[in-house]
Design a binder for this molecule. Structure first.
Ligand SMILES: Cc1ncc(COP(=O)(O)O)c(C=O)c1O
Length: 477
């Protein structure tokens, strides 16, 4: 059987006329711009069906499972988002109690809402001196599970957006001691299996379902992701059923071929590609580490479980010892050096490296940071206000679901203190909620939101023309 992406590549050469969707009929002249319409097909003869695969797509998913050493792998063309919704749904019954790392991505919260799940939260450790989250404590997970035997699944994100890795093996042990599954959002760690330079993947550490965005760190198109089933605690039939619920019924063959060709490429040349990448990355890290004002932060293992491990492909550049803020450094990199970075926080920027990077790309970043760092020699670290970090435990006043469905009032930020949030509020990225509907709005949260707005960070979930308001649960609701 031919591979999906090869067959798709050859199909355009065949003289088959398309009396079927998509509406562009593989005819570039009817399009407003150049897009690969020649490759854009639907479930036509011989091309299998993602939702009921029995041919090329099933084979492609099986090759993926072999490459990642999973029991079964599923393609997602709706990112890790759909895969997370499906994973949580497949591992729970409506209304179940689940243990959730509070720094999970918004898609996890959406799954909780859709399935009416009752979350207990576990907060990540602090990361002293920076507005970063640390890891999730395995000891705490164990304790919570022993005290709450009605919990039916554990959900964590490891690595985080910033590359912080938790002790997945011990967290899995704690979950399995209660005979419940561990779902690991490894959206940012699809590259882990390809080099010992990176932390071990949750696939080999006891994660029962592991979700990875291929598009984030592997050579694959945006929206593409994998869901790996790694143990018998998970019913793959239920996973497939829920993938059908959450994914489009018209999956793109371009996206599926992208996953298939990514797997093929990494199976044949992954070792060499990652050897080159990790060598260039390590050299770049060595150069960036010379900065005195723009400092490369490399979290390392700490015995107190604060940090278990770190993904060195995340280049965290702290502005704490400079006159700059994270957004100011981002602007300089963009305006003067034409470098776009992945994310900015109040006191850092995150440059994300991947196997697709070139030596020239790394050199550009290193030279830019070196120049900015030298300039900072002359700049007095300005009177910057201390970055706010609203990561402390939030008080739940209402179930999330009840707050979402409540009548809402719009309040000015300062007037909302002491009221109950009716919306998710988060920085985008990383889209991990600062406030979850149903939580008490406090002074520190509002101070942090004000500071984020002043820094022009992208705060999502605020209302009013200037984003000066927030929606709260109406009085009496
Ligand atoms: C930790 C985490 N999980 C899940 C997702 C969702 O991934 P996707 O964009 O592939 O849907 C993201 C997106 O940024 C993320 O940061």
């Amino acid at each position: 059987m031919n591979k999906l992406y090869k067959e798709l590549g050859q199909y355009q050469e065949k003289n088959i006329y398309p009396f079927h969707m998509p509406g562009h009929k593989r005819n570039p002249s009817c399009m407003g711009m150049h897009l690969p319409v020649e490759l854009d097909i639907t479930e036509i003869t011989g091309f299998d069906d993602l939702h009921h695969p029995s041919g090329m797509i099933l084979e492609a998913e099986r090759r993926t499972a072999r490459l990642f050493s999973a029991q079964e792998s599923f393609f997602s063309v709706n990112g890790s988002t759909a895969a997370i919704l499906a994973a949580i749904s497949a591992c729970t019954k409506r209304g179940d109690r689940v243990l959730v790392a509070r720094n999970c991505h918004k898609s996890v919260y959406h799954a909780l809402y859709l399935r009416g799940l009752r979350p207990m939260y576990i907060y990540p450790n602090d990361y002293p001196g920076m507005t970063l989250n640390g890891g999730i404590s395995a000891n705490k997970v164990g304790r919570i599970l022993e005290e709450n035997p009605d919990i039916r699944a554990v959900i964590i994100a490891s690595p985080t957006y910033d590359g912080i890795v938790s002790d997945v093996e011990r967290i899995a042990y704690a979950a399995h001691s209660q005979d419940i599954p561990l779902i690991v959002d490894e959206a940012h760690g699809a590259h882990f299996v390809f080099s010992n330079y990176f932390p071990d993947s949750a696939i080999s550490l006891g994660g029962d379902i592991v979700i990875q965005s291929a598009h984030k760190t592997l050579p694959s198109l945006t929206q593409t992701a994998f869901l790996h089933v790694c143990s018998d605690r998970v019913d793959p039939e239920r996973v497939r059923w829920f993938m059908n619920v959450y994914e489009t019924s018209s999956p793109s063959y371009i996206l599926m071929s992208s996953l298939d060709s990514c797997v093929d490429k990494l199976a044949s040349s992954g070792k060499d590609m990652f050897r080159r990448f990790t060598r260039d990355l390590e050299e770049a890290r060595r150069q960036l580490a010379a900065g005195r004002h723009i400092r490369l932060v490399t979290p390392s293992h700490e015995e107190d479980e604060r940090i278990f491990d770190f993904d060195r492909s995340k280049l965290i550049l702290s502005t704490r010892d400079s006159s700059l803020t994270g957004p100011a450094l981002h602007r300089i990199l963009y305006d003067e050096f034409q470098i776009e970075i992945e994310m900015e926080g109040p006191d850092y920027v995150l440059a994300m490296a991947s196997v697709g990077d070139t030596r020239e790309g790394f050199d550009r970043l290193c030279e830019a940071i070196e120049t900015i760092d030298e300039r900072e020699e002359e700049n007095d670290p300005a009177e910057k206000s201390e970055p706010e970090s609203p990561t402390g435990e939030k008080k739940k006043m209402l179930e999330m679901e009840d707050a979402i469905e409540s009548s809402k009032e719009t309040c000015l930020l300062e007037e909302s203190i002491g009221r109950v949030a009716a919306d998710f509020v988060y920085l985008y990225p990383p889209a991990t909620p600062i406030l979850v509907p149903g939580e008490l709005i406090t002074g520190p949260v509002i101070r942090a939101l004000r500071q984020y707005k002043e820094l022009q960070l992208c705060v999502t979930g605020l209302w009013g023309e200037d984003g000066d308001s927030i929606r709260t649960v109406a009085d009496g609701d």
